[in-house]
Design a protein around this ligand. Structure first.
Ligand code: FES
Ligand SMILES: [Fe+2]
Length: 413
């Protein structure tokens, strides 16, 4: 992000904190609750937003070296993604061309070749069929035509994109729109993939997204957790087509008041969250990236599966290693939500991810599960999105526009 933009956002956050002001959408809106329960709408969303829409499957660090591979089955087609010996990223349908068995079972790993577990047909990581056992018994097969089914795959700005349809088109510039340059400037190439957590919950995928759409709840729901690290009720917010940037201050922002402005960096005092239509919440901190991908069940509007990928910058990991070598102290229980202490004290970097995940699962999504039950009862005709919750207005209006529906109605009280 350009430094001038960083200063503009930080100044705006200071203004809000100091004057007890907040972002203002200007209006309240009402969201009809059937969007969270309607099975026909769920089917349409699954088809249009997932089965026929490019999917960001991770940052480049998920395929860290030649020979790396990963598999995913999150959007209706089993995918095998590989990085070949030249470093090129490929994606294939993870299914053997003989009788369709799942070729690769492991979630991640390193391999140049894959053997199907059923009859051991062999493929390389460029998708070519290389061997058929007992081919004189099997009969003639033109191996050159029977490679794995290739899916469109694009690696750009250190992000990995796959299209679920073999004839689909991925235009990353169109997907990112006016955010493209800014996203490129985060330099995700320095981010090392650590692990991914799966959170499978009984709430609609849009309700799961909604929990990332405001900071109004920070000092309430997260009173004893995130509230120790962040200011809620102060949000800088900008839309970019269907996407948005959502920046909120950490309590460390106050340290910047003593620093020269030209040394200010947005990651020193704030978290920047990019929402990428339809289901990505990309949360950027100081040396950390949490990539949240939220998927519907596909057949059940009441269930969603969130995949939370954790990345740390190479520099941060090196600092951690040094700290571990020097025998850094264990983290005290009361500091579990003090991100700064977690990052600098704990030899085990996994703790930061666990803190992040448990907050989502046990606090945010627990609220969402309650909402899901309430809206399924049919007793609530709509939910209200406040003036301080502009991201909710925008995400839902983006879904609606994509499906040819009118924007949310204004709530007039
Ligand atoms: S199904 Fe893969 S080798 Fe037979
Ligand atoms: Fe939350």
């Amino acid at each position: 992000m350009e430094h001038a933009k960083q200063l503009e956002i930080l100044d705006d956050l200071f203004r809000m904190i100091d004057n007890h002001e907040n972002v203002d959408a200007g209006v309240l809106r009402q969201n009809p609750t059937d969007v969270y329960v309607d099975p026909d709408l769920a089917k349409t969303e699954w088809t249009q937003f997932f089965r026929n829409h490019p999917q960001m499957i991770g940052l480049s660090g998920e395929l860290p070296e030649p020979g790396s591979f990963l598999t995913t089955n999150d959007f209706g087609v089993p995918v095998l993604a590989t990085r070949d010996r030249d470093g090129k990223f490929h994606a294939f349908v993870n299914a053997c061309r003989h009788r369709g068995s799942r070729l690769v079972q492991e979630k991640r790993g390193k391999a140049r070749n894959f053997a199907c577990p059923f009859h051991f047909w062999g493929y390389n990581n460029q998708g070519e069929l290389t061997s058929i056992p007992e081919d004189q018994h099997f009969g003639q097969v033109d191996k050159s035509c029977m490679g794995l089914v290739r899916l469109p795959a694009v690696e750009k700005h250190n992000m990995l994109w796959v299209h679920p349809q073999p004839d689909g088109v991925i235009d990353v510039s169109a997907l990112l729109g006016d955010l493209e340059q800014e996203i490129a400037e985060w330099h995700f190439d320095s981010m090392v993939f650590m692990d991914e957590t799966t959170i499978d919950k009984r709430l609609n995928w849009k309700l799961a997204n909604d929990t990332f759409g405001e900071t109004y709840h920070f000092s309430r729901l997260h009173k004893r957790t995130l509230n120790n690290i962040f200011y809620g009720d102060a949000l800088h917010y900008e839309t970019f087509g269907r996407n948005h940037r959502f920046t909120f201050p950490s309590r460390r922002i106050d340290l910047l008041r003593e620093m020269p402005r030209d040394e200010w960096n947005i990651t020193h005092g704030a978290i920047t969250l990019y929402y990428l239509f339809p289901n990505i919440q990309l949360i950027l901190g100081r040396g950390t990236v949490n990539l949240v991908k939220i998927y519907p069940d596909g057949t059940n509007p009441s269930r969603s599966i969130s995949k939370v990928g954790h990345y740390f910058s190479r520099r941060l990991l090196e600092a951690k290693q040094e700290a571990a070598a020097e025998g850094a102290a264990e983290l005290a229980a009361e500091d579990a939500y003090n991100l700064e202490k977690v990052l600098t004290t704990l030899p085990d970097i996994k703790a930061t991810s666990e803190v992040f995940d448990s907050t989502i699962e046990q606090e945010d999504y627990a609220m969402g599960e309650g909402t899901q039950q309430a809206v399924e009862s049919g007793a609530l005709p709509y939910l209200i999105f406040g003036r301080n919750e502009p991201a909710l207005h925008h995400m839902h209006n983006s879904y609606r526009a994509a499906l040819g529906q009118p924007p949310l109605e204004e709530y007039k009280g």
